[in-house]
Design a protein around this ligand. Structure first.
Ligand code: PSV
Ligand code: MN
Length: 388
C-alpha cells in the first residue's frame, strides 16, 4: 500500500471544499427535471443535507448560497442553523439570469433602470453577506447576444466595468468579489465575460478585493485549463474554483468523473502555484445531480477532489525539476504519471479511520439509511429546484 507522508496528510487535513446549496435541490435539463423523495423544501433543509456531507468526510465545512433561490426572512437564524450542524455559510452567488427584465442584459444593459436594478441586486447580496458572515460575492453573468450586430459589445464592456465598480465600492474590508467567466450559454454568439482574460481585465481594474472564478466546465473542449490555473495563480488573481466535470458543454457532472487526469493536472498546478490551502483560493463545487442521489453525489465529489489532491502532492518535485532541467522529456512525463497512477485510496481510508471518520464515507452514508429517513420526513411542501 502506498503510504502518505506526514507532510502530505497535514496538507490534506487543511483541505476545505465549499458545497453549493443548489446541488441538493432538484435539477435537470430543459427536457425534464426528475424529482427525488426527500429533496429539501427550503434553504434550512439544503444546509442540513450539506452538513451530512461534512459529517462523513470532514471536507466540506461551508455551504454557498444562491440569491434569490436561498432567500430567507432571517439570515441570522439560517447562520445559527448551519453552525449548529457544524458548518458555515459561504459564498453568496448573485442571480441575474431568471428575471424577465434581464432578457437583454443586466450589469451591461443599455437601459439604465434595468442596470440599476441589477446593481441593486448585488448590493442586496452584500447586505446578506454581512448577516451570513460570508466573505465572497460570486458573480456569473448570463449576458451576451445571439446574433452579430445585435449589440454593441464595446459599450457593454464599459457599462460592465462601471456596474462592477459600484458593487465593489460596497464591499466590506474583508469581503471579496469573484467574477466567473463562461464561454457560451445562454448566449450563443457573444458573451460579455467569456474567458479568463476578460474576467481578469475587469477585476484587475477594480482592485485587490476582486478576483477571477474559474469554473472547470466553462471552457471550450480541448482548453488547457491547468495553464489558466497556473497563469491566474502567477498573477495573484485566482479567487476561486467552481469544480465539476463535463463531457460536452457545461454538464455540471461530478468533479473528476469525466476526466480524472484533467483534475490531476489542475491540482498539480494548484500545488505548484501555492494555491492549496491558500485562503485566497476557494475550492467550491458547482454541480447538479440530475439523476443520482444528491448527498452521495456530493460525498463522491469531495472525495474525488481529496484523492486527486493526494496524488498531486505525491509528485516527486525534486526529481521532476531535475528531469525538466535535463530536458529529459519522457523522464519528466514519467514522474508526473507515476503520481497520477498511484492508488491513494487505501492510505486515505486508513487515515480517515485514524481521525474517527468512516474509512469509506460512501458506504457509511449508504448504510446509515439517511436517504430513507429524509424521504419519510420531508412530506408535503414544494421541493427546491432552480428558482426555489
Ligand atoms: C453558470 O453556468 C454557473 O456555473 C454559475 O456559477 C451559476 O451561478 C451556477 O452555474 C448555477 O448553477
Ligand atoms: Mn459556476
Amino acid at each position: 500500500m502506498t503510504t502518505l507522508s506526514h507532510d502530505i496528510l497535514t496538507q490534506l487535513e487543511g483541505q476545505a471544499i465549499e458545497l453549493p446549496s443548489w446541488a441538493f435541490g432538484n435539477s435537470g435539463t430543459r427536457f425534464r427535471v426528475f424529482a427525488t423523495a426527500g429533496t429539501p423544501r427550503d434553504p434550512f433543509e439544503k444546509i442540513a443535507d450539506a452538513a451530512e456531507v461534512n459529517r462523513y468526510t470532514a471536507l466540506a465545512p461551508t455551504v454557498a448560497l444562491h440569491i434569490p433561490w436561498d432567500k430567507v426572512d432571517d439570515y441570522a437564524a439560517l447562520r445559527r442553523h448551519a453552525e449548529d450542524l457544524g458548518v458555515q455559510l459561504g459564498t453568496v452567488n448573485s442571480n441575474t439570469f431568471q428575471d424577465e427584465d434581464y432578457k437583454f442584459g443586466a450589469l451591461t444593459h443599455h437601459d439604465e433602470a434595468i442596470r440599476r436594478k441589477a446593481i441593486d441586486h448585488h448590493l442586496e447580496c452584500i447586505d446578506i453577506m454581512h448577516e451570513t458572515g460570508s466573505r465572497d460575492l460570486k458573480i456569473w453573468l448570463a449576458e451576451g447576444s445571439n446574433y452579430p450586430g445585435q449589440n454593441d459589445m464595446r459599450g457593454r464592456q464599459d457599462r460592465l466595468q462601471d456596474s462592477l465598480q459600484q458593487i465593489y465600492a460596497r464591499l466590506g474590508d474583508a469581503q471579496r468579489l469573484v467574477l466567473e467567466y463562461k464561454f457560451f450559454e445562454p448566449s450563443f454568439y457573444h458573451t460579455d465575460v467569456p474567458d479568463w482574460g476578460t474576467s481578469y481585465a475587469q477585476v484587475a481594474a477594480l482592485g485587490d478585493k476582486a478576483m477571477v472564478c474559474l469554473d472547470t466546465g466553462h471552457h471550450a473542449p480541448g482548453t488547457n485549463i491547468e495553464f489558466i490555473v497556473m497563469q491566474l495563480l502567477r498573477l495573484g488573481k485566482l479567487g476561486s474554483f467552481d469544480f465539476n466535470s463535463r463531457f460536452y458543454a457545461d454538464d455540471d457532472l461530478i468533479v473528476g468523473s469525466a476526466d480524472p487526469f484533467q483534475l490531476f493536472r489542475i491540482l498539480t498546478e494548484v500545488v505548484r502555484g501555492g494555491g492549496l490551502n491558500n485562503p485566497d483560493v476557494a475550492f467550491m463545487l458547482d454541480q447538479c445531480h440530475n439523476i443520482e442521489d444528491k448527498i452521495p453525489g456530493q460525498i463522491r465529489s469531495v472525495l474525488n477532489v481529496q484523492e486527486m489532491t493526494a496524488r498531486a502532492l505525491l509528485i516527486d518535485r525534486d526529481a521532476l525539476d531535475a528531469a525538466q532541467q535535463a530536458n529529459d522529456v519522457l523522464g519528466a512525463n514519467g514522474i508526473l504519471m507515476d503520481a497520477f497512477y498511484t492508488d491513494v485510496r487505501p492510505a486515505l481510508a486508513e487515515w480517515r479511520e485514524s481521525r474517527g471518520l468512516p474509512a469509506d464515507p460512501m458506504a457509511a452514508f449508504a448504510a446509515s439509511g439517511h436517504l430513507q429517513k429524509i424521504a419519510d420526513e420531508r412530506v408535503g411542501g414544494t421541493q427546491a429546484g432552480w428558482g426555489a
